[in-house]
Write a protein that binds this ligand. Structure first.
Ligand code: HEC
Ligand code: HEC
Ligand code: HEC
Ligand code: HEC
Length: 469
C-alpha cells in the first residue's frame, strides 16, 4: 500500500529507490571485504598446518627490520630526483614482512588526495601483497589501477605471501601478476615453458624488476621490455614513446626512473649462466627437526649462507668477500662521481634556460642528462648490483659519466654564448641541506602523514599495514 502511494509521487519514488540501493551497496562492499579477510584467515590457518617449516621460516623475515636511509647516505640523489616523491623518502629494502607497512608509512605515498583528484594509483600495492592480484581479478587490471592508493588500503590483509609465488594451497610455483606474465613472454621466457629453476627466479622477478605506471592505461603496471630488458632496449622503448616520469623542475629534463632491476641484472650474470638463481642464494635448502630438507623461506642476506650455499662452488670465503668488497667500492665510487656531475649539469641547464637558451640549443644537453641519469638510476636502484652483476654495473656507470660529461660540455658552450660566467650549485653535504635546496619541508610532510596514520590507518586498515610501527 505504502509502496503504491510512493510510486505515484515521482520524487519520492526515485528517492526511495536510491537510498536503499546505496545502503545495499555499502553493505555488499563491507561483506565482500570481510569475506576476503575471512577467506584469507582460513587459508592462512590451513597453510600453516600443511607446510609448517616453510610457514615459520616465511614468518622470520620479520626479524630483518634494519634499513638504511638512502637519502641521508647519498644526499645528491635528492637533487636528481627533485620534482618526484623519491626526493622525500627512500630507504634500502628490509624483510618481506615489512613490505605493506613500509609502503603505507612512507612519505612517498603521502596522504589521501583532495576530493576529485585521483592521486596516487592503487598500482603501488602491486608488489607488496597478494590482495593486489586478487583485486585485479575482481576489478580487472585497469579497474584496480584506476583506484586510489589509499582507497585500496582497507582491502589489504596480507604481505608478500604464499599465494604470491605458489598456486593456492600447493607447493607448485605460480606467477599471479599479469604484468609479470606479459613481461616474461616479451623476453621469450614464458613462465609455463620454464624449468623449476627459472620459474623460481621469475617469481622473484614479479616484484624485483623495473616497471612504470602506464598513463594511457589507467596507470596499470607495465614492464618496458618490448625491445628487450637491458638498459639500451628499455631506453629505446621510452624514447620512442616520448615517455617521461616527471619534468625535472631545475633543468626541465624529462626524467626516466628505474626501479630495482634485480631480475634484469641477474639474468645476464655469470651466475645465471651457471644456473645459480635468486633461490640458490637467498632461499637456501635447510634441514628440519626430522632431518627432512626444505627451502628456507626466510628470504634474507645471501652472505649469511656462505657455508651452506656459496661454498659448494667457491672454496675461499675470504677471496669472495674481498671480491665483493672491491666490486662494491668501485661501483659506489663511480655512482658518487656521476651524482656530483649530474647535480652540476641540472643547475648549469637551469642557468642556461634563465639566460634565454631555447629548446633547439638545449636539446642535446637535456637528452644527455636524461640518458646519463637513466643509466645511473638503473645501477643505483638495483639492490645488490655489485654482487649480482658488477660487470654490467661498471659499464652502466662508465657510460653515464660519458653522457653527463657530454651534457656539461654542451652546456658550457651555451653558457659562454650567453656570457654566463658563474653558476650557483646547491649544498648537497647533507639530506637536510639538499632537501632545503629543492623546497622539501620534511616536518610538514611527516606531520600530515602521522595525522593520516592516526585517523585512517590505525582505525580502518588491517594489522599488517602497521606491522613494525
Ligand atoms: C617469494 C616467493 C615465495 C613465497 C612468498 C613463498 N614461497 Fe614457497 N617456495 C618458493 C620457491 C622459489 C620454492 C622452491 C621451489 C623449487 O625450487 O623447487 C618454494 C618451495 C615451497 C615448498 C616446497 C617444499 C620446499 O620446501 O622446497 C612449499 C611446500 C612451500 N614453498 C610453501 C610455502 C608456503 C606455505 C608459503 C607461505 C607461508 C610460501 N611457500 C611462500 C617461493 C615462495
Ligand atoms: C610480491 C612482491 C615480492 C616478491 C614476489 C618478492 N619480493 Fe623480495 N621484496 C619485496 C619488497 C617490497 C621488499 C622490500 C620490503 C621493505 O623494505 O619493506 C623486498 C625485499 C627483499 C629483500 C631484502 C631483505 C632484507 O632483509 O634486506 C631481498 C633479499 C628480497 N626481497 C629477495 C627476494 C627474492 C629472492 C624473491 C623470490 C624468492 C623475492 N624477494 C620475491 C617484494 C617482493
Ligand atoms: C650468487 C648469489 C646471488 C644470486 C644468484 C642473487 N643474489 Fe641477490 N644478493 C646476493 C648478495 C651477495 C647480495 C649482497 C647482500 C647480501 O645479501 O649478502 C645480494 C643482495 C640482494 C638484494 C639487496 C638486499 C639488501 O638488503 O640490500 C636483493 C633485493 C636481492 N639480492 C634480490 C635478488 C633477486 C631478486 C635475485 C634474482 C633475480 C638475486 N638477488 C640473485 C647474492 C645473490
Ligand atoms: C653453483 C655454483 C655457484 C654457487 C652456489 C655460487 N656461485 Fe658464485 N660463481 C659461480 C660461477 C660459475 C662464477 C663465474 C666464474 C668464476 O668467476 O668463478 C661465479 C662468480 C662469482 C663471483 C665473481 C668472481 C670472483 O671469484 O670474484 C663472486 C663474487 C661470487 N661468485 C659470489 C658468490 C656468492 C656470494 C655466492 C653465495 C651467496 C655464490 N657466488 C654462489 C658459481 C657459483
Amino acid at each position: 500500500m505504502t509502496v503504491i502511494n510512493l510510486m505515484k509521487v515521482a520524487g519520492a519514488f526515485s528517492l526511495a529507490l536510491l537510498m536503499p540501493i546505496t545502503a545495499v551497496q555499502a553493505e555488499e562492499n563491507a561483506n565482500a571485504q570481510t569475506a576476503a579477510a575471512k577467506e584469507q584467515q582460513l587459508r592462512d590457518k590451513s597453510l600453516r598446518e600443511k607446510f609448517p617449516v616453510q610457514y615459520q621460516s616465511w614468518q622470520e623475515t620479520s626479524e630483518q627490520s634494519v634499513r638504511e636511509d638512502m637519502l641521508a647516505s647519498y644526499p645528491a640523489a635528492i637533487i636528481l630526483w627533485a620534482g618526484s616523491s623519491f626526493a622525500k623518502e627512500y630507504n634500502s629494502p628490509r624483510g618481506h614482512h615489512f613490505a605493506v607497512a613500509d609502503v603505507t608509512h612512507t612519505l612517498r605515498t603521502g596522504v589521501p588526495p583532495a576530493a576529485g583528484d585521483k592521486g596516487l594509483s592503487g598500482s603501488c600495492w602491486t608488489c607488496k601483497t597478494p590482495d593486489a592480484p586478487r583485486l585485479m581479478k575482481e576489478l580487472g587490471v585497469e579497474g584496480f589501477s584506476a583506484k586510489n592508493f589509499t582507497d585500496v588500503g582497507t582491502e589489504v590483509n596480507s604481505v608478500v605471501y604464499c599465494t604470491d609465488c605458489h598456486v593456492d594451497g600447493k607447493a607448485e610455483l605460480a606467477l599471479p601478476r599479469p604484468h609479470a606474465q606479459d613481461a616474461m613472454a616479451k623476453v621469450h621466457l614464458p613462465f609455463d615453458k620454464q624449468d623449476a629453476n627459472m620459474q623460481g627466479a621469475q617469481v622473484c622477478g614479479q616484484c624485483h624488476v623495473t616497471y612504470y605506471f602506464q598513463p594511457e592505461r589507467s596507470d596499470k603496471v607495465n614492464i618496458p621490455w618490448i625491445f628487450g630488458n637491458n638498459v639500451d632496449d628499455i631506453e629505446k622503448y621510452y624514447d620512442t614513446r616520448r615517455f617521461y616520469e616527471w619534468i625535472h623542475p631545475i633543468s626541465k629534463t624529462p626524467i626516466l626512473k628505474a626501479r630495482h632491476p634485480e631480475f634484469e641484472h641477474w639474468v645476464r650474470s655469470e651466475h645465471a649462466e651457471a644456473g645459480v638463481t635468486c633461490i640458490t642464494c637467498h632461499m637456501p635448502e635447510e634441514t628440519d627437526k626430522q632431518g627432512n630438507s626444505f627451502t628456507s623461506h626466510k628470504v634474507s642476506k645471501a652472505l649469511d649462507h656462505f657455508d651452506s650455499v656459496c661454498q659448494n662452488c667457491h672454496k675461499s670465503e675470504k677471496t669472495i668477500i674481498k671480491s665483493l668488497e672491491n666490486s662494491k667500492a668501485k661501483i659506489d665510487a663511480k655512482a658518487r662521481e656521476v651524482e656530483g656531475l649530474l647535480v652540476k649539469a641540472h643547475y648549469e641547464a637551469q642557468a642556461a634556460w634563465e639566460a634565454g637558451a631555447t629548446w633547439p640549443l638545449m636539446n642535446d644537453a637535456i637528452m644527455a642528462i636524461r640518458h646519463s641519469q637513466w643509466r645511473w638510476d638503473f645501477a643505483m636502484a638495483s639492490h645488490g648490483l655489485y654482487a649480482h652483476n658488477p660487470k654490467e654495473g661498471n659499464a652502466l656507470l662508465d657510460m653515464s659519466i660519458r653522457q653527463v660529461n657530454y651534457a656539461r660540455e654542451s652546456l658550457a658552450e651555451i653558457l659562454k654564448k650567453f656570457a654566463v660566467s658563474k653558476v650557483d650549485y646547491p649544498d648537497i653535504s647533507s639530506k637536510e641541506s639538499a632537501q632545503a635546496a629543492v623546497g622539501i619541508k620534511l616536518d610538514k610532510l611527516t606531520q600530515e602523514k602521522q595525522e593520516f596514520i592516526k585517523q585512517e590507518v590505525d582505525k580502518n586498515w588491517s594489522e599488517v599495514t602497521r606491522y613494525g610501527y
